[in-house]
Design a protein around this ligand. Structure first.
Ligand code: ATP
Ligand code: MG
Length: 591
């Protein structure tokens, strides 16, 4: 069990900053919600159909909001660029024209491999306007993961920088048989003498700023997103233009975006949070979207929050834990009065982190849950709702969630509250994936009796709040108990010495599996046998002997994916001397 002293502490922030939440009452909103209603708030293409880029950008220009700042970009070196909605419309039109001029056809795949620079955002929106499928990749990936994904995705166009091209793509060009056009952003690259490679400035800047988007079927594929690869080889999820309905609704309800907000999502577009919420949801909701090129550094991040007067902030537990590691002192001299809503996604948010944020920022992080496959937030803590620290909240209006158990022939829905089972969502919804690239069988297996099965275990309490238990693959079976690593990790990080914890099961002939924990310490604490015993004692006291780890090992860092998730499968493989499997998503280069 998660610590009742934390989870029973209800955190309520009534009307933060004097702004009324978009969702006044959860039950009432659920009762009145329809996806058709969301569709009516959007525009649709003049020529017919629905296109994400039109709803995100052009629509605002057509209703006279073209001068509003759409993107405010802050470079690593402090350089700044901003684009109004009108300028972003014109820039993305140029890119769509450039694709058309080069004969790139609707449905063909455009890959982007860049840091968070404005051209990346322009390319994503422009490719969608040209009805191409866009696939952004992490610029920090090495050559192999890039080649594998681009090869799998039949990349036709690649937008990258000369430096990334030289280091990561050039040597593997022979594997990318279908790649016809490479556009290089930034400095000149006279040393690259391949006829398919052209400078962005030559190709795009000379194109017309006018572009008419062709009718786009809402079911047309828009995005190819690879999953984080936390549990194995990344899967290529295909999302369609209709997903924009979910971007609109979740931006409005789950992130509580108001038209005057300044929003900052810290995720990279290389994973789905960085596109759904780093690009589409804020733009669809017409806010100013801050893009920071820099990686995590608490001081820099606090400066950005202060200087940009960020009002809504969406980040991830890994960053929050790093901030916790530094304590509240680092925050002291920053004026964060503009900040009114903070949300988190990607991993379970330990109750300790919610309570800490309430103390440190004067407002709590609102955890929400979703996956690459769901295309948008599915379960969330809403601005108007009390938070139970450690809970990921309630299903989005328009989404039916359930806790289910798989049987040999189908599934049964578990109605009894507080019972562990698999988190399932009733299919379909607009942003649901419509396929896994080249893996039809795997895709089909995700659906049983019209439910999408998430592969995550959770429980629902008597008040309808959902609680994450663990990934089905990570759950530990010990002496007849089912143990979710999250509750053990959460208990460990309540200890003042612990910054992060990763918990796995080690096979054991007597009890099935025994719980082993790996912990990284906060600055100022040294690994020692005494601390090990203290942590074991702390965990046993908090969790009871059956659930507490039997062993604790210290690590300087825990292995993580590029999107910052603890890779328990790798901790386990290393512990047991098993093959480490696909490591293409590993954060560091320790492969
Ligand atoms: P792969 O599917 O390749 O193993 P992944 O599941 O980490 O990688 P993503 O789609 O990026 O890829 O992540 C979704 C998963 O992240 C969820 O299924 C869940 O396990 C975890 N997750 C996301 N948000 C939360 C949250 N708020 N609480 C708990 N877990 C979360
Ligand atoms: Mg997954």
């Amino acid at each position: 069990m998660l610590n009742p002293a934390l989870t029973s502490r209800i955190v309520k922030v009534p009307c933060a900053g004097g702004v009324e939440p978009n969702m006044a009452d959860y039950d009432q909103t659920v009762a009145n919600f329809t996806w058709d209603g969301v569709r009516r708030t959007l525009n649709g293409l003049p020529a017919g159909g629905l296109n994400i880029a039109h709803e995100a950008v052009d629509r605002h220009v057509h209703v006279g909001r073209g001068q509003r700042i759409a993107i405010r970009w802050i470079g690593k070196d402090g350089a700044r660029r901003q684009f109004s909605y009108l300028e972003l419309m014109q820039a993305s039109n140029r890119f769509a024209n450039a694709l058309r001029q080069r004969g790139v056809q609707p449905g063909e795949r455009v890959f982007a491999l860049m840091g968070r620079v404005p051209e990346l955002y322009v390319a994503v929106l422009g490719a969608l306007k040209a009805r191409c499928v866009i696939s952004p990749l992490f610029s920090a990936f090495g050559p192999e993961p890039i080649a594998t994904r681009a090869e799998m995705g039949n990349a036709r166009v690649l937008v990258t920088t000369p430096e990334l091209y030289r280091r990561k793509v050039q040597g593997l060009r022979d594997r990318l048989a279908e790649l016809r056009h490479v556009l290089l952003v930034g400095e000149a690259a006279n040393d690259i003498s391949d006829s398919s490679v052209e400078p962005w400035s030559d190709v795009v800047d000379s194109c017309s700023p006018d572009y008419t988007i062709e009718p786009t079927d809402p079911e047309e594929v828009a995005l190819l997103h690879f999953t984080s690869g936390t549990t194995g080889r990344p899967k290529g999820a295909l999302l369609v233009h209709a997903a924009v309905l979910a971007h609109a609704a979740t931006g409005w309800y789950a992130l509580d975006l108001h038209p005057d907000d300044v929003f900052w999502c810290t995720a990279d577009p290389g994973w789905v949070t960085g596109t759904s919420y780093g690009i589409f949801a804020p733009l669809v909701n017409g806010v100013t979207n801050v893009i920071a090129e820099t990686e995590f550094d608490a001081a820099t991040w606090y400066n950005i929050l202060e200087q940009e007067r960020v009002s809504v902030w969406y980040t991830a537990p890994t960053a929050i834990r790093m901030m916790m590691k530094l304590g509240t002192e680092a925050l002291r001299h920053h004026d964060l009065t503009a900040l009114r809503f903070m949300a988190s996604v990607g991993e379970p948010l330990n109750p300790e982190a919610v309570v800490w944020s309430q103390e440190a920022f004067g407002r709590p992080f609102h955890d929400n849950w979703w996956q690459t496959e769901t295309g948008g937030i599915m379960v969330a803590n809403y601005a108007s709702m009390d938070i139970k620290p450690g809970s990921m909240g309630k299903p989005l209006p328009g989404i039916t969630a359930a806790i289910v158990r798989r049987t040999g022939s189908g599934i049964v829905v578990i109605d009894t509250p507080d019972t562990d089972g698999e988190l399932a969502l009733r299919a379909p919804w607009p942003s649901m994936m419509r396929g896994y690239l080249h893996e039809d069988e795997r895709y089909r297996k995700c659906f049983v009796d019209s439910w999408y099965l998430s592969g995550d275990l959770a429980r629902r309490d008597t008040q309808g709040y959902y609680w994450f238990v663990g990934r089905a693959d990570d759950v530990i079976k010990s002496a007849g108990h089912l143990i979710g690593p999250f509750e053990v990790e959460s208990a460990l990080i309540e200890h003042p010495a612990v910054a992060e914890a990763g918990v796995i099961g080690i096979p054991d002939p007597t009890v099935g599996e025994v719980v082993k924990a790996f912990v990284a310490l906060k600055p100022g604490f040294e690994a020692s046998e005494a601390l090990q015993l203290e942590l074991l004692g702390h965990a046993r006291k908090r969790l009871g002997a059956a659930v507490a780890p039997k062993e604790i090992a210290f690590r300087t860092n825990l292995p993580k994916t590029r999107s910052g998730k603890i890779m328990r499968r790798l901790l386990k493989a290393r512990e047991l001397g098993l093959p480490e499997g696909d490591l293409s998503s590993l954060e560091s280069d320790e492969k």
